[in-house]
Structures are given as structure tokens and as C-alpha cells.
Design a protein around this ligand. Sequence first.
Ligand SMILES: NC(=O)c1ccc[n+]([C@@H]2O[C@H](COP(=O)([O-])OP(=O)(O)OC[C@H]3O[C@@H](n4cnc5c(N)ncnc54)[C@H](O)[C@@H]3O)[C@@H](O)[C@H]2O)c1
Length: 280
Amino acid sequence: MDSDGVKAQRISSKRLIGKVAVITGGARGIGAATAKLFAENGAHVIIADILDELGAKLADFIGGRYVHCDVSKEYDVEQAIQCALNWKGRIDIMFNNAGIAGLGGSITNHKMDEMRALVDINLYGIVHGIKHAARAMIEGKIGGAIICSSSSAAIMGGLASHAYTLSKEAILGLARSTACELGVHGIRVNCISPHGVPSDMLISGYRKFLGNADLKPEDVCKIVGERGSLIKGRCGSFEDVAQAVLFLASNDAGFITGHNLVIDGGYTSACSQMSFMYQG
Ligand SMILES: NC(=O)c1ccc[n+]([C@@H]2O[C@H](COP(=O)([O-])OP(=O)(O)OC[C@H]3O[C@@H](n4cnc5c(N)ncnc54)[C@H](O)[C@@H]3O)[C@@H](O)[C@H]2O)c1
């Protein structure tokens, strides 16, 4: 194949050419990996986060835009979407990804103000994102894809704090009901449920729960690979999740809505402690 042919093949393999995407919590971790993958696939990306320095640097690197946005504030989210409209006149993809782990501890001692503060970010942040992205998409009359970050903690108990668990479960219900309403406009609403990806959020949680401030990403990966995955020795990666989001955002997932794509190495599907029954 000549060089033009190779170039044409590379261009045609891009899955989001010309699409405009807003990613909340896009400054680092899963959101940042997705921002890079979206840009590599031809999308114009707006990173919306509270980590201004990191977010602006990444936006520069991928030829995107950065906007300061605290997702718990409806006005900030509205402005992030407005940024897409001002820049490119449209929004095709909304990735509602920002989230925090919150404090652990017993339900008997739960501080209600802390729980509400978490729900403001993890759940109402997503409500704000769906609401304003859907408004703009309906107005644009070209449909769209909305993807929300839930978690393996929404599927089974015992994987995260009570506040985090309830927020992530509620996201699944919200995605289903909004998928039901918005399908008529060609807008798909889906969730992803990652598990065991050694991001800053997961590492700091493990450090706290295991009382080991020196724990490194590879240590977390080892624990997940040994105890938290059916695929032994394998934890989740940023790339695993970003690829799942890319799929849901792309036309390849054109008939998929109201779905929760679980990226957990099978952990929430089967208990491997009795797998001896399959031996011999
Ligand atoms: N890492 C995992 O294993 C895992 C598992 C399940 C779900 N998730 C979910 O994936 C998403 C991304 O998390 P991550 O693991 O990449 O962690 P992370 O801490 O690296 O990234 C979270 C991002 O959200 C941003 N953020 C936090 N509060 C915000 C706010 N109020 N407004 C705007 N941005 C805010 C942070 O600045 C950061 O950039 C979260 O919703 C998390 O709950 C992660």
C-alpha cells in the first residue's frame, strides 16, 4: 500500500471524526485516558474539572479546551456544555465521569453532611450533565451519546463506602430512565462500571483502608489481580475503561442504550472461591 493508502486507512479507522465531546473529571485518571483516546480518534474534546493546571495542560496536549467545572454546581456544568457550543457549535458526546470516593466507616456513625456532599458530586453532578447535554443535543437535532461512570460497587455490596455505593447505584437507575425519555431524540444514555483501576482515587482508598501510606499503583494492581478479578494477575487499566467508553460513544454502539457496560475482569459475575469444582 502506498503512503496515501496507509494514511487513508488510518483516518478511516478513527471512530469519532468531527465529534465534539465534554468529559467531566477529565484532568487525570480514567477521564484523562478517555480524553486522549477520543482525541486520537478525531474528536474535539473539552475537559471539565477542578484540577485546573492538570486539565489545561492535557487540553493543550490533545488540541482540546479546558474549562473549570465543579460538577456539583449546575451552572458550572451548563457552562462546560456552552463551551462546546461556543467552540464547535455542537455537542455529540457527554462523558459524566467526575467522582470521588468519600469517607468510609460504619453506617452507625455516618456524618450526613459528608454523605450529602458526596451525593452532590457523584450523583447530582451526573444529573446536571445529562440535563444540560440532553438540552443541547435535542436543540442540535443530531442525537448524541451520554455515558456515565458508575462502578462495580453499584452491582455488589462490600466494595466501597456506603455513600459511594448508593450514589453509583442511583446512577444506573437514572441512566435507564433518561435513556427511556431521550431515545426518541436519537440520544443514547449508557453507563460504564469500572473496577480495580489503580487511579489516584483507588490508591488513596487502599492506602487508607490497609493503613499503608507507601502503597504504590503496582501493589494495588497485584491485590486486585489476586483477589478482585477472575482473570488472575490482571487488574483494570485506564486503557481498558477508555476503550469501553470509546465504544459506547461511537456509532458502533448505535443500538445500545440504557446499558451498563461492566469492566471488572468478571469479578461481579462469579465467585471464584469454589472454582475447585471445575478441576479434574
Ligand atoms: N478507579 C477505579 O477502579 C474506579 C472503579 C469504579 C468507578 N470509578 C469511577 O471512575 C470515575 C473516575 O475516577 P478515577 O478512578 O479516574 O479517579 P481520579 O480521582 O483519578 O479521577 C477523578 C477525576 O474527577 C475529578 N473531580 C472530582 N471532583 C470533581 C468535581 N466536584 N467536579 C469536577 N471534577 C471533579 C478529579 O479532579 C479527577 O480529575 C469516578 O466517577 C469513579 O467513581 C473508578
